[in-house]
Design a binder for this molecule. Structure first.
Ligand code: FES
Length: 152
């Protein structure tokens, strides 16, 4: 009989503890889920603005721009990647990854632009090859006058 009494007294207590544990574990689960969702949201594809009103010149006779005299050479100025693709032939693209705004770099061995943050890869024309970038890189005009390369 005393066992039954003790049982009756203990069961409600055990049930409360179980309820508490359930509520606590539910809150922990909900918190973890909310954190996970917010982390996924931050990784969600979005588009980052490209440089606007681009207008600068590069003096190719300057040692700081000498790499542009060789095919595969590249420089980044004003968030624009300028690449020499052949003798006196250049392309200029936004250096800002459209995924989350990291600075891309040109790989001459792969002839692609690579984002170091999440592995986004762009072609030399600016289109997305692979990875999370939602859109391609903006491109800009180049014109060469003597040794002065203008990017607009
Ligand atoms: S910032 Fe995410 S791939 Fe470039």
């Amino acid at each position: 009989m005393s066992v039954l009494i003790n049982r009756k007294k203990r069961e409600p207590s055990a049930a409360i503890v179980n309820r508490r544990e359930f509520i606590l574990s539910s809150c922990a689960f909900c918190g973890a889920t909310a954190l996970g969702v917010s982390m996924l949201e931050s990784c969600k594809k979005s588009s980052v603005a490209s440089p606007q009103n681009v207008n600068f010149t590069l003096d190719l006779s300057s040692s700081s721009n000498a790499v542009l005299n060789t095919k595969g050479g590249s420089v980044i100025q004003d968030n624009v990647v300028v690449i020499c693709t052949g003798p006196s032939v250049f392309v200029a693209l936004s250096a800002i990854c459209t995924h989350a705004g990291c600075t891309v770099s040109y790989s001459s061995s792969r002839n692609e632009l690579i984002c170091p943050c999440h592995g986004g890869i762009y072609s030399i024309s600016g289109s997305v090859v692979s990875g999370p970038p939602p859109s391609g890189l903006a491109t800009y005009k180049t014109s060469l006058n003597g040794k002065i390369l203008t990017v607009t």
